[in-house]
Design a protein around this ligand. Structure first.
Ligand code: NAD
Length: 489
């Protein structure tokens, strides 16, 4: 592992700056509880200056209309990310407690590799095209359909996949011609501030196009949702905060784009190869279960319930977890003491509500330091109970029995969320027909993977509004304009 070389200053108006108050806050390694270092503690005044800089860059430079410049800067940014990749990997592991194993996919490499895709969208997208001619009150008319950059974007991100989430907001927003104020969470500030340094030192990004304001105060993020100079808020985080953001953004009628929580179902059909379909459920503990799209409800047919539970139990007893710098581990710590206590609280609630905890259920004795929770398996879970309904965001799986395919679909859809899910079956056709009936934004059938930079990702119901990534995700950062012109009579 490379040594840490984080940027600890914010990035405002093209400059790397300390907080206007001079204050800093501590960045803690969740695996060791040691203080890694500090970060500039951005203030409301800093957020205000960042919004002003982003507004000026949008209104007074040609960033919004110069697609060739945008593609060039995104490619320079890609080269800078490649050069800093090992340092970024080390930061992700240290501040997010992510297993290093995951950094070779979503946590680090995947969206560094995705930057050329966004550069390609910037220069290849058809921003203006003719529509069909129309007659209006007997007069012929032509029409032009235009897509234009939506303006200043407030991007608010969480700590679980910090680098990926910062990049999957910056990539398409910049490609579309927007300017950005990025507000990372207090738990993982360096995954954002270090990007500020790369922009400052390695690209021709015009001043103010990207601004990064880290802060220990969530209210600094809230300014992005109320300030009239911000046109779009893109947010990834909890559904509770998403609701608050929607409410705050309503006063200035901002475009709001939300990627929120999930409680996805993994439906195993009675004709599925169980060793394969259930044998991998330990992956629910990937990154200690801190992933919004993880299928945390396992739905097993009553006819093969005991067999499925035995396989799930063995899988949970063998989850490799511990030191996230060890490449053999799938699971590290929770992000903070607060999250550890929250997850333990849900485990207690599950027990009180009558679910059977057959693996884990506490803090591992062999890991006294760090915010660890044991891989925890609950069986005989009531589908309406708290642990089956609320997002735990920890290494906890709830096993729920079902009667037939209709019952499985009903239970899978019995959720305020609709982010993701999976279905396994002996017949792809039958599994696919079940997948089509689940109200969620992404589904895996028989282990098929959907994650890619051109896959639109997002949720139904209270899992969000809008889609991230792909052309649809890029278009979230564009406004639509139609221009009418006299036709040829
Ligand atoms: P969170 O909602 O507490 O915080 C996310 C971000 O919002 C942080 O930067 C925080 O500082 C900021 N914030 C908090 N209150 C705010 C307010 N009132 N106004 C503006 N900003 C505010 O979420 P978290 O605990 O950091 O992350 C975990 C949650 O994120 C989980 O629920 C998870 O499912 C969800 N998540 C969703 C996706 C997705 O794509 N759907 C991806 C990752 C995480």
């Amino acid at each position: 592992m490379s040594s840490l070389n984080p940027e600890t200053r914010n990035f405002i108006g093209g400059e790397l700056v300390d907080a206007s108050s001079g204050a800093t806050f501590e960045n803690v390694n969740p695996a060791t509880e040691e203080v890694l270092g500090v970060c500039a503690d951005g203030t409301k005044e800093d957020a205000d200056a960042a919004i002003a800089a982003a507004r000026r860059a949008f209104d007074e430079t040609d960033w919004a209309t110069n697609a060739a410049l945008r593609a060039k800067v995104i490619r320079q940014f890609h080269a800078a990310l490649e050069e800093a990749k090992e340092e970024l990997r080390a930061i992700v592991v240290a501040e997010a407690g992510s297993p290093v194993l995951l950094t070779h996919a979503v946590q680090t490499n995947a969206f560094i590799d995705a930057m050329p895709y966004f550069a390609g969208l910037a220069e290849g997208y058809e921003y203006e095209k003719p529509m069909s001619d129309i007659d209006f009150m007997g007069m012929p008319n032509r029409r032009l359909l235009r897509h234009e950059a939506a303006g200043v974007v407030g991007a608010i991100t969480p700590w679980n996949f910090p680098l990926y989430l910062n990049l999957c907001k910056l990539g398409p927003a910049l490609a579309a011609g927007c300017t950005v104020v990025l507000k990372p969470p207090p738990d993982t500030p360096w995954c954002a501030t270090t990007l500020g340094r790369l922009f400052a030192e390695k690209t021709d990004l015009p001043a103010g196009v990207v601004n990064v304001v880290a802060s220990s105060d969530h209210r600094v993020g809230e300014i992005l949702t109320t300030d009239p100079r911000v046109d779009v808020v893109t947010f990834t985080g909890s559904t509770a905060t998403g609701r608050r953001i929607m409410e705050c953004a309503s006063a200035t009628v901002k475009k709001v784009f939300l990627e929120l929580g999930g409680k996805s179902a993994n439906v195993v059909l009675d004709d599925a190869p169980f060793e394969q379909a259930v044998g991998f459920v330990g992956t629910v503990c990937t990154h200690a279960g801190q992933g919004c799209a993880i299928p945390t409800r396992l739905l097993l047919p009553r006819s093969r319930y005991d067999e499925g539970v035995a396989i799930a139990k063995a899988a949970f007893e063998n989850v490799p977890y511990g030191d996230p710098t060890d490449p053999s581990k799938l699971m590290g710590p929770l992000i903070s003491r607060k999250q550890q206590e929250r997850v333990l609280g849900y485990i207690e609630k599950g027990k009180q509500d009558g679910a059977k905890c057959i693996v884990g259920g506490g803090v591992p004795e062999h890991l006294p330091k760090g915010f660890f929770v044991e891989p925890t398996l609950f069986v005989d879970v009531d589908p309406d109970s708290t642990i089956a309904q609320e997002e735990i965001f920890g290494p906890v799986l709830c096993v729920i029995p079902y009667d037939d395919d209709d019952d499985a679909v009903r239970i899978a859809n019995n959720s305020i969320y609709g982010l993701s899910g999976s279905v396994s079956g002996g017949s792809e056709e039958r599994a696919l027909s079940v997948a089509r009936r689940i109200r969620a934004g992404t589904l895996a059938v028989n282990g098929g993977m959907w994650f890619h930079e051109d896959t639109p990702f997002g949720g139904y119901k209270q899992s969000g509004v809008g889609r991230e990534n792909g052309v649809l995700g890029f278009e979230e950062y564009l406004e639509v304009k139609v221009i009418g012109l006299p036709g040829n009579s």
